[in-house]
Write a protein that binds this ligand. Structure first.
Ligand SMILES: Cc1cc2nc3c(=O)[nH]c(=O)nc-3n(C[C@H](O)[C@H](O)[C@H](O)COP(=O)(O)OP(=O)(O)OC[C@H]3O[C@@H](n4cnc5c(N)ncnc54)[C@H](O)[C@@H]3O)c2cc1C
Length: 388
């Protein structure tokens, strides 16, 4: 009571003592809100530190998440997530976990240490099982480490007419569970997950076309389901010309969920190991080798590797290439322009020339980098940064 009266008195006296205070804060002395400055992307090809290529493990039917008996093992497949593996990982892991533990077994082997293997292993471990990951490669050598790192839950995931009637609902459940789980990594050291403003830039009719390769197979029709998720995620906003510095006819901005994949994979790996999981380096050459494992349940998260290991020719490669510019910590926004995407990550700035759309790279298993493709993209991005 006394303290409140003193505080109240002080407050009154304070106001009385500086009667001119609030009035003195005129518009000329009051600090101004400032729009965030736009750092310039440095597009010199000399800043390219590496070019990586990765094969998306695509299936017309969508990811394979189901149980198969192989000898005396209960094998839970969890592969074939196309261009959506990071995005859908946690939701897919929940489905794989439930199938793995359904028979009451509590010793589980997970094959694969990419996005799908790591998240499935952690989910199963946290459900009380003993889990060992067996894999040829771990982070940062898996294909998952070569992903762009954006929320893309329906990118190159399935073909129109390729899925069963229940797939849209299963996909939606996976996507919603993943969206929620990714949020638990926002704000952690190293920003494993964060939102960045991303600018969609459009030229007027005189502008150039899409930059990047053309598709080999133009008959491919990917299924698009994103409409079912329109209620999650922040909205975009059209910009007026004085709200951005880019010399384009129109622009909109939206906050995009991005994954700093190097840090994200490290944190999931560390959590798995600290909570009692084990990782062993091992390559399997045939399903019959699973019989050598002590664990009665095996979760197969081999991604594109499932094609060779399980002879599953429904897994189609969709090639994708990234040029990595050295990091620019001051660059805090991403953009998409003429099919080129730029995502600033802590481990490098991702430059991707997506050419004439998602079909690019379909059926191509060549992981040889093409530097000319990246340099062309950089030359086009440079035009956005010319002084007006
Ligand atoms: C260019 C590009 C950009 C992408 N961008 C995004 C994005 O922004 N967002 C998104 O959500 N997704 C993106 N993706 C898709 C995503 O990268 C994949 O869906 C995901 O990496 C697949 O993960 P995975 O764990 O199934 O496979 P992988 O990462 O390939 O992991 C497979 C694991 O299995 C092991 N393995 C394989 N075969 C064997 C074997 N026989 N014996 C033992 N171990 C084996 C491997 O060593 C590895 O550990 C992108 C893909 C590409 C190519």
């Amino acid at each position: 009571m006394h303290r409140r009266m003193v505080l109240a008195g002080l407050g009154y006296a304070g106001l009385a003592g500086c009667a001119s205070g609030p009035a003195a804060l005129t518009t000329s002395t009051r600090p101004r809100f400032q729009p965030q400055p736009f750092a310039r992307l440095l597009t010199d090809p000399g800043r390219l530190s590496r070019i990586t290529v990765c094969l998306r493990p695509f299936r017309a039917q969508g990811p394979r998440i189901e149980v198969e008996r192989v000898g005396d093992k209960r094998v839970v497949h969890n592969y074939g997530h196309g261009g959506s593996g990071w995005s859908l990982s946690w939701g897919s892991a929940v489905a794989a976990r439930d199938l793995a533990l359904e028979g009451g077994q509590r010793q589980v082997a997970v094959i694969g240490c990419g996005a799908l293997g790591l998240t499935a292993a952690l989910q199963i471990l946290r459900a009380g099982a003993q889990v060992t990951i067996y894999a040829t490669e771990r982070t940062p050598y898996t294909r998952s480490a070569r992903a762009t790192g954006v929320w893309s839950p329906q990118s190159r995931l399935s073909l129109e007419g390729g899925t069963d009637a229940g797939f849209p609902a299963r996909w939606e459940a996976m996507a919603r569970a993943s969206w929620a789980a990714h949020h638990s990594f926002i704000g952690l050291d190293g920003d494993p997950v964060r939102f960045i403003d991303t600018y969609e830039l459009e030229d007027g009719s005189g502008g150039g076309g899409a930059v990047g390769p053309a598709p080999v197979d133009t008959s491919v029709r990917f299924q698009h389901l994103r409409g079912q998720l329109t209620d999650i995620g922040p909205d975009g906003r059209d910009l007026t010309a004085d709200e951005h510095p880019f010399p384009v006819a129109s622009a909109l901005v939206y906050p995009n969920m991005t994954f700093n994949v190097a840090e994200y994979a490290r944190q999931i790996t560390e959590a798995f190991l600290m909570e009692g999981g084990r990782i062993a380096q091992r390559t399997f050459h045939a399903p019959s080798e699973l019989a050598e494992l002590a664990e009665p349940v095996v979760v197969n998260c081999t991604g594109y590797g499932a094609r060779a290991l399980f002879g599953d020719e429904s897994v189609i490669p969709v090639r994708g290439q990234i040029g990595w510019l050295t990091p620019q910590p001051e660059l805090t926004y991403g953009l998409n322009y003429r099919s080129i995407s730029m995502v600033p990550r802590h481990d490098g700035i991702v430059i991707q020339a997506n050419g004439s759309g998602e079909r690019v790279g379909y059926g191509i298993d060549d992981e040889t980098p093409n530097r000319a493709e990246t340099e062309e993209a950089l030359a086009v991005l440079a035009t956005l940064y010319r002084e007006r």
